[in-house]
Design a protein. Structure first.
Length: 189
């Protein structure tokens, strides 16, 4: 949807990556590998974005690095638009994830809530196809240039770890999070 507004899938992918990592510097080949686009397309879009003043450029050791300019006039508006469009795709990803099997608990952490200290981004308790989850995560990683860290537990494993007061599980449940599915509320006793 939003790629039609921006006129280029490559430009949208670059903007998503740059706005989700606003303090990072990226070089051209790294951008090409991360967003899975041809290097010439990347160069063309970088030149377009630099021409309007959105990107800052520096050269170190014969490599040209780019970073989004936080003082760009429309920075806040563009960032909000790009990140909101990413949320639409994340919701589609989560709906597809829920179709992978029976989910008892689904928590969003880390990347999804902007918590850089979190050990994982996605926590799932349920009976799911590991192969299906891997395919979905790979699609997500390619689309957003973000490797999601996740943990999947069966209901039995979750209950055991909860009963023995597992430190990893306890810390995870106490961390900032968004609860998408919680069928365990009645099963806590």
């Amino acid at each position: 949807m939003i790629e039609h507004l921006f006129g280029s899938r490559t430009r949208l992918k670059l903007l998503q990556l740059l706005f989700t990592h606003p303090t990072a510097w990226f070089y051209v080949r790294e951008l090409s590998r991360t967003v899975h686009e041809h290097i010439n397309s990347i160069r063309r879009e970088l030149a377009n974005l630099e021409a309007i003043g959105l990107l800052e450029k520096k050269v170190e050791q014969r490599k040209t690095f780019y970073q989004v300019k936080s003082d760009f006039l429309l920075y806040t508006e563009l960032k909000a638009l790009v990140l909101k469009s990413q949320l639409i795709h994340e919701k589609k990803f989560l709906r597809r994830l829920e179709q992978a099997g029976k989910i008892e608990l689904l928590l969003l952490l880390g990347h999804f809530i902007g918590d850089t200290q979190s050990a994982i981004d996605l926590f799932i308790v349920g009976n799911l196809s590991n192969k299906h989850i891997q395919v979905l995560l790979e699609e997500f990683n390619q689309r957003f240039g973000q490797n999601l860290r996740y943990t999947v537990m069966t209901l039995t494993e979750y209950q055991y770890r909860r009963d023995v007061t597992d430190k990893f599980l306890f810390n995870l449940l106490q961390a900032p999070q968004i609860v998408l599915v919680d069928n365990l509320a009645l099963k806590k006793n």
